[in-house]
Design a protein around this ligand. Structure first.
Ligand code: FAD
Ligand code: NAP
Length: 305
């Protein structure tokens, strides 16, 4: 029986583990992949206080390193269900069932699909969701980036080091990305924009992407453009399948919490990108994690003594 099981070892989960373990609790940090979460797909982080810039994997390593000093137990597994039976919480993975007094949900979010013809067919054959992972395969090519948020514009900038040109197609005529990122993109001579437009279809030959059909949403006109690769950044969906039965999510699936990271289920907390919140960043994930790590301690003090 753990005092707490933290599901997901992104920045939120790692911080919660640190705070809970420093309160001398028996802590398990359960992850299905490698620790670091979405930070592993981020080449340069420039807005984490204390660093001018640092790569995502390097920051992940720095967050992970101290956990062993405080006895955090690292478990590997894909959580399929979380159950609550009064004071006992059960975390069901594909291989085993674990028990704890509290559970912290830190499963984050995953990239959203565009849902157009050709996206699935050419996935990994020109269609990508990770510039850091795949960008170097597209040297000298003309690339399309879909979306207007921080991810799309920042990753378009990253791709300019490999690509001949990078075109951003956005469904409106104004970007959602932070101004500082926008300004860099507007100043980059390799970056072009197609405004008020959406991707209709991704086409190619037997091997890879060759062409993208793009529709102007104001005029309805569809035009064909030659691209060697399409990078899709149209937002995130919460990783909440495992807690869908708990009644703790909003209509879009984000977990609703109070300011102490408590959900409507006693003893179940949620932190980071998985939460219903305004700003999904490493800094806010870390802040949530610190609060939850501390709240787990208070919950146990109140309920177990
Ligand atoms: P995540 O980082 O998503 O981690 C969740 C973890 O949970 C993952 O490791 C996952 O494998 C695990 N998990 C999920 N489901 C299960 C399950 N069922 N069982 C077991 N484990 C599970 N933010 C910034 O502040 N600065 C930036 O420069 C920046 N750049 C970004 C660039 C890109 C391309 C992207 C996609 C995001 C970027 N962000 C940036 C956002 C930032 O990465 C996220 O806000 C942050 O990682 C959220 O942390 P988290 O711990 O909540 O979740
Ligand atoms: P996001 O902020 O939700 O932006 C998604 C973008 O895709 C929006 O511009 C949206 O258009 C567009 N879009 C959504 N659905 C679409 C569709 N079906 N077709 C075409 N376009 C579509 O997502 P994100 O950029 O992935 O960022 C996710 C979170 O991570 C954010 O909180 C962000 O701040 C954070 N992040 C931070 C950094 C950083 O701090 N440097 C870097 C990356 C990500 P509209 O604008 O019209 O809605």
């Amino acid at each position: 029986m753990y005092d707490t099981i933290i599901i997901g070892a992104g920045p939120a989960g790692m911080t919660a583990a640190l705070y809970a373990a420093r309160s001398n609790l028996k802590v398990a940090l359960l992850e299905r992949g490698i620790y670091g979460g979405q930070m592993n797909n981020t080449a340069e982080i420039e807005n984490y206080p204390g660093y001018d810039h640092i790569s995502g994997p390097e920051l992940a390593e720095k967050m992970f390193a101290p956990l062993d000093n405080f006895g955090v137990e690292h478990l590997f597994g894909q959580v399929v269900r979380v159950e609550t039976d009064g004071p006992v919480k059960r975390v069901v993975t594909e291989d085993e069932t674990l028990e704890a007094h509290t559970v912290v949900l830190a499963m984050g979010a995953k990239h959203r699909l565009l849902g157009v013809p050709g996206e699935d067919t050419y996935n990994s054959r020109g269609v990508s969701y990770c510039a850091v992972c795949d960008g170097a395969f597209f040297r000298g090519q003309d690339l399309l980036v879909v979306g207007g948020g921080d991810s799309a514009v920042e990753e378009a900038l990253f791709l300019t080091q490999f690509a001949n040109t990078v075109t951003i197609v956005h469904r409106r005529d104004e970007l959602r990305a932070q101004k500082v990122i926008q300004e860099r993109a507007f100043a980059n001579e390799k970056i072009r924009f197609i405004w008020d437009s959406v991707v209709e279809e991704i086409k190619g030959d037997d091997i890879k992407v060759q062409e993208v059909l793009i529709k102007n949403v104001k005029t309805g006109q569809v035009t064909a453009h030659a691209f060697g690769g399409v990078f899709i950044y149209v937002g995130l969906d919460p990783m909440t399948d495992a807690v869908a039965d708990l009644g703790i999510t909003d209509e879009q699936g984000w977990v609703v919490t109070d300011e102490q990271m408590a959900t409507s289920q006693a003893g179940i907390f949620a932190i980071g990108d998985i939460r219903q919140k305004q700003l999904r960043q490493i800094t806010t994930a870390v802040g949530d994690g610190a609060i939850a790590g501390q709240q787990v301690y208070h919950y146990l003090t109140e309920h177990l003594n």
